[in-house]
Design a protein around this ligand. Structure first.
Ligand SMILES: [Zn+2]
Ligand SMILES: [Zn+2]
Length: 696
């Protein structure tokens, strides 16, 4: 090694501590920023990333600095813009730089030495060369475009040529041909010698999208990135993108951090989907980071949705994003007619009828003519709670402030928050009453009820399939059930919102939401936005085949048929819905008109958690006001106790994103000391800040 110089190296250290920023080591001055290295940290040897050349060490100080041990020189350094993306993420979401950097790299990189990495890279090059030499299937040509698609592509091309890195909202209803726009935009990027990144909210959606891209881009190298990959697969995909061998990367939120040296296009499909928000560690929004990254890389960012998030919609209204619309369905497919069933007018049935007589008739009619229906209810299990009519006992979880759900199939009571599971008791544990009964309904019970009530024309019971987190736990179960639906072996598909996303069901002409009202009056300010998106998306499952479109219907059972949300749904009128919601948000000082952060604390007792938040609030007292940040009182989280841990939260609000950022950067390091100062029964287990939280 030549003369050593001081280098800043990012290592995985906790946030808000003195060592959360890159540390200084001595190393070879020829090592460029972005090189992976092994360095000593305390008594351990850890992986780090050379962040930048440090200031020259003071004479005498050098003896105290530790040496970089090895460098992974066979791996091309991480690009400067990637380092900037990570540094921004760490600063914005208030985490350590190295913590974020190392958590978004494939874990295998920490285990391999230089020779092993060289070997993996050689193998990838060899495989790519072999793939290029082999004859491959001809790429599918693009289908004829609709007028609207041609117009959108023209406007997109114009925007891309005029602005360096435009952010574009593609607002298109389900079935309007958004994917074709993604494909053509990707083709443009590839033709210009650049790479394209396509983000989808859920792993389930990657295989079908991958198939469409693979057909269109035969001969191009496409890789996927999501959490279901093995560590070896994940490393292969990551290396292919990093080396520039992969032209297209398809993946879920983590893929926003894929190292791509020639990135030219980022597509965020279903940009409104809450799955883009990470819920632990650095709680980043992959959608928001995609927009930031686009600016950094000079890449076009295409946000697609039938029901854009109100943040995105508002920015498009303000002209900060270009808005392109695909207003009609491809191939004359009409949108389903929306029918509201006023449950106040329906006969009352003991235990609460879950399927009203008119909906039942409609379902039977569909079965009679060979159509399929989809019925969804956002509650899995048989019943949300078991109840004793004599003494009022309910199946509470002993460890959470929640009820345990009754699962009839295996006769268990299961807590969906902590997993605590028991056999159903034979009698009421409090009074011994033998007659304990389920209250309310989940998908299991809905399936049972429909099987009793619905008949095929020959008098045999209707064929019902259920898709939810319980029925699809076994590997391959989801594919098998979807296969049965596509093959026509199912009359009615019952499930949670899992069945409303992305699947292209050709024979479904009726979609029914059985009990969606709860979201109208939820304390979660985003609940109506999510409900509207869910219902529009669910409705989009009906009548995707033009031949059936005319008779496709979306049924909604509601106790509030006059609600503005349902009126907008009836007209498939996202603009009207967004306008009312945005007005409410403006009045209430909520996003996108204010910037929020949540400070959460967990402890064995609510008092300890509250005590920490109050102390944090006192620390901020003088400065928060001056900084333009409002702190609210600590309150319990919506489910306050999970697995015997009490959870409290405190809301922070500011009209200015920058003020919020400055304040958090000043305040949070002090909380680290506050936490350590609290001992005994005041001790807290965990605390974390969530910047731009989805729910409050
Ligand atoms: Zn009882
Ligand atoms: Zn529990």
């Amino acid at each position: 090694m030549s003369e050593s110089t001081s280098l800043r190296v990012a290592v995985d250290t906790p946030a808000h501590t003195a060592i959360s920023e890159p540390l200084t080591y001595l190393g070879d001055p020829a090592l460029p920023a972005g090189t992976l290295v092994r360095v000593p940290l305390g008594r351990r040897e850890v992986t780090g990333i050379v962040w930048s050349a440090g200031d020259a060490p003071e004479p005498g100080a050098a003896v105290e600095l530790k040496q970089v041990l090895h460098a992974l020189t066979s791996l091309p350094p991480l690009p400067q813009r990637w380092l900037e993306l990570v540094a921004f993420t760490a600063a914005y979401y208030q985490r350590g730089t190295g913590e974020v950097a190392l958590s978004v790299l494939p874990p295998e990189l920490r285990k391999l030495d230089d020779a092993q990495v060289r070997q993996r890279i050689a193998r990838l090059h060899k495989a790519r060369a072999a793939a290029l030499a082999a004859p491959h299937a001809a790429a599918h040509t693009a289908p004829p475009l609709s007028e609207a698609q041609q117009r959108v592509l023209g406007e997109l091309a114009q925007a891309t040529s005029q602005a360096a890195a435009p952010t574009v909202l593609l607002h298109g209803i389900t079935g309007s041909g958004k994917t074709e726009i993604y494909l053509q935009a990707a083709a443009e990027a590839l033709a210009a010698g650049r790479q394209a990144l396509v983000l989808v909210p859920e792993i389930n959606l990657t295989p079908q999208l991958e198939a469409r891209f693979a057909e269109r881009f035969a001969g191009r190298h496409i890789v996927s990135m999501h959490s279901a990959l093995t560590p070896a697969q994940r490393l292969r995909s990551w290396l292919a993108a990093h080396l520039g061998l992969a032209d297209l990367v398809l993946g879920t939120r983590l893929a926003v951090f894929a190292s791509m040296p020639r990135l030219g296009l980022i597509v965020v499909d279903e940009e409104h989907d809450p799955s883009y928000k990470q819920q632990e560690g650095a709680r980043y929004s992959a959608r928001d980071l995609a927009i930031y990254r686009g600016k950094l890389e000079g890449a076009t960012v295409l946000l697609g949705s039938a029901t854009p998030s109100l943040e995105t919609w508002q920015r498009a209204q303000e002209g900060r994003y270009l808005r392109l619309s695909l207003p009609a369905r491809i191939g004359d497919g009409a949108l389903p007619r929306v029918r509201l069933v006023d449950m106040n007018q329906q006969p009352r049935v003991k235990g609460g009828a879950v399927i009203s007589p008119p909906l039942l008739d409609a379902l039977n009619q569909r079965i009679a003519c060979g159509d399929q229906s989809l019925v969804f209810l956002n509650r899995r299990g048989y019943a949300p709670v078991l109840h004793c009519g004599d003494c009022g006992w309910k199946s509470a979880c002993a460890h959470c402030s929640a009820w345990r759900v009754f699962h009839k199939l295996d006769r268990t009571l299961r807590c969906h928050h902590c997993g605590y599971t028991e056999r159903v008791p034979k009698a009421c544990p409090d009074c011994g009453n033998l007659d304990i009964a389920p209250m309310g309904r989940g998908t299991e019970r809905l399936e049972e009820q429909l099987a009793e009530l619905l008949k095929r024309p020959d008098g045999t019971p209707a064929r019902i399939a259920r898709i939810d987190a319980d029925s699809t736990r076994a590997k391959g179960a989801l594919e098998a059930q979807l296969g049965a639906v596509h093959a026509g072996d199912v009359d009615v598909l019952v499930g949670t919102q899992m069945i409303t996303k992305g699947h292209d069901f050709r024979r479904i002409t009726l979609v029914a939401a059985v009990n969606p009202d709860a979201s109208l009056f939820s304390s979660d300010f985003r609940a109506p936005e999510r409900l509207f998106a869910l219902l529009m998306q669910a409705g989009g499952r009906a009548g995707r085949d033009a031949a059936q479109a005319a008779r496709s219907e979306m049924w909604v059972q509601t106790w509030h048929p006059q609600h503005a949300l349902y009126a907008a749904l009836r007209g498939h009128d996202f603009d009207a819905f967004a306008a009312t919601q945005l007005e409410e948000r403006r009045m209430a000082g909520l996003p996108p008109f204010a910037h929020l952060a949540l400070l959460r604390a967990e402890a064995k007792t609510a008092e300890a958690a509250r005590g920490f938040l109050q102390a944090a609030s006192r620390l901020a007292e003088a400065d928060a006001g001056a900084a333009g940040v409002t702190l609210y009182q600590p309150v319990p989280t919506p489910i306050a106790r999970v697995a015997d841990v009490e959870r409290m939260q405190m809301l922070l609000e500011s009209p200015s994103r920058q003020s919020m950022q400055h304040f958090l950067a000043w305040w949070l390091p002090q909380l680290h000391h506050e936490r350590h100062a609290r001992t005994g029964d005041q001790r807290i287990l965990r605390w974390a800040v969530d910047v731009d939280p989805l729910a409050i």
